[in-house]
Unconditional design. Sequence first.
Length: 330
Amino acid sequence: MQFLVALLLSTIMLLGLSLRLRRSRLAHVVGARRIDTSLAASKGTDWHALGEQLSSKGQYTAVSFFKFAKRDRERPVTDATQLATLKTKLAELDIKGTLLVAANEGYNGAFCVPSRKLGSFHDALVATDATLFSDLDINIGKSLDVSHPEKLPFKKLIVKQKKAVLTDGFSDELAEEIDFTDAGEELEPEAWHAELSGDSEKPPILIDCRNDYESQMGTFDGAIGLNTTTFAESWERLDKVLENVDKDARILTFCTGGIRCIKTNAWLKQKRGMTNIGRLKKGIIHYEQWLESLGADASSLSLFNGENFLFDRRRMFEPSTTEEQSSPSS
């Protein structure tokens, strides 16, 4: 028994030492090479120049973006004629992907854009609704060189109005009550990493908002998986996980690209009354990009173990259809 106790204490001490070493090494890497890790292009970006720059890396560029709009101030365009016009413009630019627009929520899009046409892609969106799309927070993803367009992650172009930009299973009444622009604190990857690797006597409750098959492929150290098969199952599982948890307990959530965490944290704050919540900005994808931007020395410091599951057209069907299509941000 004494041997087992000693072994347990030794293991705990080693784990603590490992976390301190990770934090120390990370501080060294960040201090030596601090880089703006955001791959999102913001207002004021010269989109045409950026497209030319990206064309040297690949024929196509993967982009994604989403936004939750404030009710009574910003309402996503829902006029069928305008959406049809936008789809026609994007088709003329040889763009493939999906844009979902919801009247009471916002929009969610993911596309493969011919790199040299990125500026025209942006112009087409802004021309549809200058207010809504003027501050596009576009994530610039991988550059793709393909010999045939059918090898792209997207096979077709979908621009359509939906009830929700991400299916959540909420009733109409509940969906109307929740304000998705009020979802609590958003943590940059560096702050997220620092909090997870901290020495707090009471570590945060870390919740993986993704489905079971995603969590099984990889997750953060210490994360609680909700074991869902669809996002709509999350609310019942969260009720069980947080059944005896204090309202002021520190809760951190993460998902693939950030959008599921926004819906989750808005629900946690407004429906369960949780007061100390945070989420990983732009999800695991952004965290991995942050580590990569720090250089080769930082990759071994990742607190994410395994593989980040990304939908592709072999696995993902566009909601409410039987047509294969890659998913927007999730």
